[in-house]
Design a protein around this ligand. Structure first.
Ligand SMILES: N[C@@H](CCC[C@H](N)C(=O)O)C(=O)O
Length: 298
């Protein structure tokens, strides 16, 4: 926000499987949101609190989204809790679509949302869940070794528009407290940082995960992470839809609920789960413009 912002700023709060977001509607892209302001808003003690922030802007009004304006009227300008910019957020885009419906910008049915990871088609299902077509996963050959409390695991490199390292563990407790990012090597594999998922088996086509998110620490869910986990698990299980010609569906339990992930033979990945708006209000502009950021989201 610029120091010239003097009128109260509208916000909403929403979450998808408890991956929670501050939502800032700003159709004309008139609000400047530097990293410090985003971190202040996402601070759980001194601010509103969230794993990230959804800046809701018309695509035509945002330099990064103008090229997508013909396909998608709205752009999800996604920020992590520490203020850093991310390419994509799977739960965020489902909550973003729920917000568009809540605000009357769209009715139930399908809505296209522009993201830094391209245009995503989101379906507001009649049962209250939200399904998003996430596109295809990339599976670079190079992986890393992740270490927690003296235990190490190989982690599969999966790119869902944003980077993920997926490690299979015997118990999710082995991921430790995840207050800080687990060390991984070689670091060069992820020059822009990475989201790290720990996965444990729960049954046939059913896994559970915990995640350390880039720019936010441990969160209770990560949509792109759940997709990365489903793809990595399918490859581990010898269930590559491109080879079998059959879609494969995984149930992925996260700390905040359950996501259903289907990978189709053409590589397209669909994710379904809840997305809710829980509150709305106004931000005091003098509070936001003022003061130091002393704590990070936890
Ligand atoms: N929680 C999100 C992912 C948000 C971005 C991530 N922290 C990154 O920096 O890549 C999701 O639901 O996908």
């Amino acid at each position: 926000m610029t120091s010239t912002q003097t009128s109260p700023l509208a916000f909403l709060k929403g979450h998808g499987t408890e991956n929670d977001f501050v939502i800032v509607p700003d159709a004309d892209n008139a609000v400047d949101l530097p990293a410090a302001a985003v971190a202040r808003l996402c601070d759980r003690r001194a601010g509103i609190g969230g794993d990230g922030l959804l800046h809701v802007v018309r695509s035509a009004a945002h330099p990064e989204a103008r090229g997508m304006a013909d396909e998608a009227e709205w752009f999800m300008d996604y920020r992590n809790a520490d203020g850093s910019v991310a390419e994509m957020c799977g739960n965020g885009v489902r909550v973003f679509a729920r917000y568009l419906q809540y605000a009357g910008h769209v009715t139930a049915g399908e809505v296209a949302v522009a993201t830094r990871g391209g245009v995503k088609r989101v379906h507001l299902d009649k049962d209250g869940s939200v399904t998003v077509s996430m596109g295809r996963a990339l599976l670079p050959e190079d992986g890393v070794t992740v270490t927690v409390d003296g235990r190490s695991w190989p982690a599969r490199n999966v790119n869902m528009g944003n980077p993920h390292a997926v490690a299979f563990v015997e118990s999710l407790d082995h991921a430790g407290n995840l207050f800080t990012e687990p060390p991984y090597s070689p670091a060069e594999v992820y020059p822009d940082g990475v989201n790290i998922e720990f996965v444990a088996d729960r049954g046939p086509r059913h896994v559970a995960m915990r995640v350390h998110e880039r720019g936010a620490a441990e969160t209770r869910s990560c949509g792109t992470g759940a997709c990365a986990v489903a793809v990595a698990t399918a490859r581990r299980d010898g269930a590559d839809p491109a080879l079998t010609g059959n879609p494969v569906t995984y149930t992925v339990d996260v700390l905040g609920g359950t996501l259903i992930i289907t990978e189709h033979p053409d590589g397209e990945i669909e994710m379904t789960g809840p997305a809710v708006i829980v509150a709305e209000g106004t931000i005091d502009p003098s509070w936001l413009a003022d003061g130091e950021i002393e704590t990070v989201n936890d």
